[in-house]
Design a protein. Structure first.
Lengths: 356, 588, 337
């Protein structure tokens, strides 16, 4: 739980891949299969400080979960070819020995998963699983670990933790289960917490509670949090910065406020436009992004979004041939798009903003 | 493998016995055969007519193994051939077959008795004098009353339903006698009297010349009445022989040790060489063969021979083959030709079958020359005294059938193109089915078409092949059959299969096809002939007469392939018993 | 929980009762339907020399003239109260539970069963421990190394184990290991555990290995399939995310979950095997319940058949009960009543 003197949020000197508690630089994760190489993540860069929350947003297949698993080193050996850099507190995890990374898992970086019922072992009590997580990295007696487990359950807001510690996962309700999983993940005070779709499997009312809990715990432990979701509403609540991913790459990166008030990428426009709105007429149809997600084996040439982009022809063919660079277009706002600033502004003002 | 079950007389034998007429004359029990030779060279059949590896050395424990468990160790009820062999180690009956190889074993010699029985009253009464100084294992003297008790208890068929039934059929027992347990106190002197402690007299209902053969049955082994525990007696049989039971675990094993109260001076037949016997029960048959070959085991007590799997291994290995013997048994696997089924009522049609059949295929169906048997041309096997070698229907130089002669016979009986009939066999016996198929193939060559009909073994004789109305109604022209005598003598062999009077309209007898009045008369005459040589000659005559009638097709004289234990001395086949003589073996 | 067990045990008793009635009926009713009489039934238990009178006496002694309900009632009564047996020279008391006297050997059946049960139990329990350990270990390794030479070789060997008949592997093992090399005991050398544990183990080692070879195939395949399934579950990923050593992940998390169906089958297999491993017992000349059953069936010895059937049914029922209870112990999700 120590604080360290890293550049603070909002500091213009901070760039993705340069400096920071967690730095991901040009991460590529390829899976060789019989059908070809699946390029799940193909050149991703971002960074994150302690105490900050990064939201990673994208469709299924955009590479969000693969990214988080790669950071944690959870791809089975031999399945993934990982290149680039993932530097956690000065320690490059790409290419490090599996044993080295194992020791970090659970202790320095932890992860909570989407479905807590299947993510917890059905045959062991919740207490046992938390104690197990704790004793891997701390050599203490069972009694001490048990007390710690009860503490954690209390911290995450589970009533009567002294008796619930001996219950099985199936005896908890959905929301309580997710709290218990959070307790398990945080039992060793990790500096980095990755939450992969933590509320997708929960009721809406419970969702809010869990998100509040994550925010509270982050403030208490000063952890860096990555929250992965396809739900923009979730990141609006929680994230300081948002990274939009498409086809294994980052297409836009900015503060949450900027993403919602001044998005610059056609894909982001599409995402925002496709959100169902309560303040609209119900008879209006939903507006999905036209087309389907691309194959990660045969990624479209040039800009991977170009087959679905309404504005691709404005770039004089560059969208089909050249891959757009992920560049900083304004302080702390990065974009990968061929559209000229002028075209972008015009489209935003005329076509997009009025409809949101 | 199946054990060779000895056949017995049955109710019909009673009728036969009652039909005998009185006869006179003295007994003569000497048959051909002097001193047996001996050899120490291990070769095939070394133990058949000579004693292999003779020795007088004492010591050692002989290890036996049985693939099942004995029917019983009680001499009053046991009915398995190999048990009759082994029982002589712990029991002495009045007479026994001479423990010698080859034809010498056909001779009966006195065991518990001083000499063979003395007949009187034309053969209706038989007197035996017991040797002096014979004691039970507990030191008490063996008395004539003990032999009387042994014979009487064996007649209690409620307690001992499985044993031979000759005594109760022939002895003049009082009416309503239920055996010594249930009819305690009843006076049985009408059947057996004991004028003194060493004399026993048997009184028969009708004369029977061959009583010395009955006297060698284990049922005459003495049983002390005070220690007789009925159906439990088999758990500890009181020994009168050179060895006594040291332990008995039913279904597992039993061991014998020396009987300190046995006196060599009273026993010229036994040498009692080993220090004891160790018999293991319920051992896997193939395992037995492997251990016999390796020397881990000395004797396979069941005496049925090597299993088919081991045979090919042994016969193809000269060293192993040199350790085997291939005795001929007192058993004939034959086929009945039924004259009650048309057109087999005509003798020429029957002769056609005798000529047409391929003898070698019969042998092959039964397992070949080693374990199937020798080609048979007579009903009695060569082991029966009185056997005459003749061949009335030669089947060609190669023994595969004489088609020409068969066709001639067919023409003579008015069926030049053959005819059709059925052939019956027992379903549980694959060898019989194979033989039926062999018949089918061979006879087809002369136009005789056979249809196979399989029946359950349990009722084969009572309801089907042995049931005359059924045979006639269902055209059972041929029926697979077989017979093994309880002891090698013409009476034991022939009476149940060639006497027309054993055939019952209600079914049940092994004789399905022989109805020759001349033969019946000859049988009666022979049973009453007290001169053994004359008697034996009559059996040969009967054999030939039946064969002339062509109502039996003799198939093969059964054989078995036995292996000698590696470390044994005095190994030879007792031809009368059909196994190695277990009593004579040594293992120093 | 206690109430549940008691209910199950009562149901078991009813089941044993039903099994005994069915066996009894097959034995007596079927021949009756085929036109059999007490005499034809009795002919199975007399020698070839039997006269009609002997058959009649035997039928009487064995109670075939009584109505079948009476015969069954007598037999059942013997189990509860005991019976008396006339052995010719006297009468003997057969204490409860008296399962009758063999028609063929005239020995009481219950002591026979007691004598043979330890042999079968030794065989079943020893072999089952071996095959469980060998099968599960092989299955786990195969699943972890799926597709490699080890996996293919292990599954190939497993296939051989389940395909080769036990009388073949048994006899070959005996011939090679016992008679040629002299390393193991020859057939039929069983010594009770209470008498000499070392000798007991020595006499059983080859039958154990041979029988285990046959069964471990099934368990290797089951474990492999189960492991392949569980190792893809989310909780495995969570376990790794916690930083657990891979060994702990595989065994405590993966295998633990995959073990449930295996334990079920294990319990049932032992239950069946305790009723008699017929082929193994015959091959190795072990005097167990299997051999006893076969002897009884071949010689149509009703008391033997009834005795073994009842005992075997009992073992299976108990095994089922234990497996059901074990399931609740192993999988907490099942426990909610």
């Amino acid at each position: 739980m120590s604080t360290n003197t890293t550049p603070k949020h909002g500091d213009p000197a901070v760039r993705p891949g340069v400096g920071g508690f967690l730095q991901v630089k040009d991460l590529r994760v390829h899976f060789p299969t019989d059908d070809g190489v699946v390029k799940s993540v193909d050149g991703l860069s971002f960074n994150l400080e302690r105490g900050e929350t990064l939201g990673i947003v994208g469709e299924s297949g955009s590479g969000k979960s693969v990214t988080s698993l790669s950071i944690m080193g959870l791809h089975p050996a031999g399945t993934a070819k990982i290149s680039g850099q993932v530097v956690l507190n000065g320690d490059n995890l790409v290419g490090a020995s599996p044993e080295h990374i194992r020791k970090l898992r659970g202790k320095n970086m932890a992860m909570i998963f989407q479905d807590p019922l299947s993510a917890m072992h059905p045959y062991y009590t919740v207490g046992h699983q938390i104690i197990e997580a704790y004793r891997v990295h701390n050599s203490v007696s069972k009694q001490v670990a048990r007390k710690h487990a009860i503490d954690m359950l209390d911290r995450v807001g589970i009533p009567q933790p002294g008796s619930r510690v001996d219950e099985y996962p199936h005896q908890f309700s959905g929301g309580m289960r997710q709290r218990a999983m959070i307790a398990m993940a945080l039992s060793c005070d990790p500096e980095l917490l990755i939450a992969d779709e933590p509320t997708t499997a929960l009721d809406v009312t419970v969702q809010a509670q869990i998100l509040d809990l994550i925010r509270d715990l982050q403030q208490e432990f000063n952890s860096a949090v990555i929250i992965i979701t396809h739900d923009l509403g979730v990141v609006a609540e929680l994230a300081d910065d948002i990274l939009v991913m498409y086809a294994g790459r980052g297409v836009e990166y900015a503060t949450a406020h900027e993403i919602f008030t001044a998005p610059q990428h056609p894909y982001t426009w599409g995402l925002l436009g496709s959100m169902p709105r309560l303040d609209r007429e119900r008879t209006e149809r939903l507006r999905p992004i036209q087309g389907t997600p691309p194959s990660l084996i045969n990624v479209p040439s040039g800009c991977p979004f170009h087959p679905r982009c309404t504005y691709a022809e404005l770039n004089g063919g560059a969208s089909e041939t050249d891959r757009p660079e992920f560049v900083e277009i304004s302080p702390r706002h990065f974009l990968a798009c061929h559209l000229s600033e002028r075209d972008r502004q015009r489209v935003w003002d005329n076509d997009i903003k009025p409809t949101l | 493998m199946k054990k060779i079950r000895m056949r017995a007389m049955g109710a019909a034998g009673v009728a036969l016995a009652l039909g005998l007429s009185a006869c006179g004359g003295g007994t003569s029990t000497k048959t051909a055969g002097g001193d047996a030779g001996s050899t120490t060279k291990a070769e095939f059949n070394a133990g058949l007519t000579t004693v292999f590896n003779p020795s007088e050395k004492k010591g050692g424990i002989i290890k036996f193994a049985d693939e099942a468990a004995p029917d019983t160790l009680d001499p009053g009820e046991t009915y398995y051939g190999y048990s009759w062999d082994f029982v002589r180690v712990y029991g002495r009956s009045l007479t026994m077959f001479k423990p010698a190889p080859g034809k010498a074993s056909a001779e009966l010699v006195p065991d518990l008795a001083e000499s063979l029985g003395v007949p009187s009253d034309g053969g209706k009464t038989w007197t035996y004098k017991l040797r002096k100084g014979v004691k039970f294992e507990d030191g008490t003297d063996v008395k004539a009353a003990d032999v009387k008790h042994a014979v009487l208890r064996s007649t209690d068929k409620a307690t001992f339903p499985n044993g031979p039934a000759y005594f109760e059929a022939m002895l003049n027992l009082p009416k309503g006698y239920k055996g010594p347990y249930k009819s305690k106190g009843m006076n049985t002197d009408s059947a057996i009297t004991t004028p003194n402690d060493s004399t026993i007299v048997f009184h028969l209902m009708s004369p029977f010349a061959g009583f010395d053969y009955l006297a060698q049955l284990p049922q005459t082994i003495p049983v002390p009445e005070a220690k007789d525990t009925g159906a439990k007696y088999k758990n500890h049989v009181i020994s009168s022989g050179p060895y006594m039971f040291a332990s008995y675990s039913p279904d597992k094993s039993y061991t014998l040790k020396r009987n300190p109260n046995w006196d060599q001076a009273t026993d010229p037949n036994r040498k009692a060489l080993p220090n004891g016997y160790d018999v293991q029960l319920n051992v896997n048959a193939e395992d037995i063969d492997n251990r016999l070959i390796s020397g881990d085991l000395d004797v396979a007590i069941a005496g049925t021979g090597l299993t088919a799997a081991s045979q090919s291994k042994v016969l193809s290995n000269p060293t192993l083959k040199a350790r085997t013997d291939n005795p001929t048994l007192s058993r004939n696997w034959y086929t009945s030709i039924n004259p009650t089924v048309k057109p087999l009522d005509n003798i020429e049609c029957r002769k056609a079958i005798e000529y047409a059949m391929d003898r070698t295929s019969y042998q092959t169906a039964y397992g070949g020359a080693f374990s199937g048997g020798d080609l048979a041309t007579t009903i009695m096997p060569p082991t029966i005294p009185g056997y005459q070698k003749f061949d009335l229907y030669p089947a060609g130089a190669d023994n595969k059938g004489d088609v020409t002669k068969a066709k001639e016979a067919l023409t003579k009986c008015g069926q030049p193109n053959g005819f059709a009939t059925n052939i019956a066999y027992r379903n549980e016996r694959p060898k019989e089915k194979a033989t039926a198929e062999a018949f089918q193939q061979a006879l087809a060559k002369v136009g005789i078409k056979l249809t196979l009909k399989g029946y359950a073994k349990a009722d084969y004789f009572s309801s089907y092949a042995g049931n005359p109305p059924y045979v006639k109604a269902n055209n059972i022209g041929l029926a697979l059959n077989g017979w093994g005598a309880d002891w090698p003598d013409g009476f034991g062999f022939l009476s149940q299969i060639v006497d027309s009077r054993v055939i019952r309209e209600t079914g049940g007898s092994s004789n399905t096809s022989v109805r020759i009045p001349e033969v019946d008369k000859l049988l009666d005459k022979a049973v009453n002939e007290l001169d053994a040589a004359k008697r034996n000659a009559m059996w040969g005559q009967i054999d030939k007469r039946v064969m002339e009638e062509a109502v039996i097709y003799p198939g093969v004289y059964a054989k078995s392939l036995l292996m000698r234990g590696k470390n044994l001395t005095n190994v030879f086949v007792n031809e009368s018993l059909g196994y190695y003589d277990y009593m004579a073996l040594g293992k120093p | 929980m206690i109430a549940y067990i008691i209910r199950r045990l009562l149901a078991a008793i009813v089941l044993l009762f039903v099994v005994s009635i069915i066996t009894f009926s097959i034995f007596f009713v079927v021949p009756r339907i085929a036109g059999g009489t007490p005499e034809t039934l009795a002919t199975r238990y007399v020698g070839r020399a039997a006269t009609a009178e002997t058959v009649h006496l035997t039928a009487e002694r064995l109670g075939f003239y009584d109505p079948m309900t009476v015969q069954y009632a007598n037999w059942a009564k013997g189990i509860v109260v005991g019976a008396e047996y006339d052995y010719g020279a006297g009468v003997e008391r057969c204490p409860a539970p008296c399962l009758g006297y063999s028609f063929i050997t005239k020995q009481p059946v219950w002591p026979d069963l007691l004598d043979r049960a330890p042999v079968t139990a030794s065989l079943a329990i020893g072999a089952s421990i071996l095959w469980l350990v060998a099968g599960v270990a092989t299955g786990v390794l195969s699943a972890l190394r799926r597709g490699t030479i080890f996996d293919r070789a292990a599954m190939g060997l497993a296939l051989a184990g389940v395909s080769l008949p036990i009388f073949f592997t048994g006899l070959v093992s005996l011939a090679f290991f016992s008679y040629t090399l002299g390393w193991t005991a020859p057939g039929g050398q069983f010594v009770p555990f209470t008498e000499n544990p070392a000798q007991w183990a020595y006499s059983m080692i080859l039958p154990w290995i041979t029988l285990a070879f046959l069964f471990s195939a099934q368990y290797a395949r089951l474990t492999r399939a189960g492991m392949l399934e569980t190792m893809h579950e989310d909780y495995i990923r969570t376990a790794r995310a916690k930083g657990l050593r891979e060994r702990n992940v595989v065994i405590q998390h993966g295998l633990r979950a995959a073990l449930t169906p295996i334990l079920t089958i294990f319990g049932l297999d032992i239950g069946l095997l305790l009723g008699g491993a017929v082929l193994t017992e015959k091959t190795f000349s072990l005097n167990g319940l299997g051999k006893y059953a076969v002897d009884g069936i071949v010689s149509q010895d009703m008391p033997k058949i009834m005795g073994v059937t009842l005992l075997a049914a009992f073992f299976i029922v108990i095994a089922n009960l234990i497996v059901d209870l074990l399931y609740a112990v192993v999988d907490p999700r099942v426990r909610t009543q």
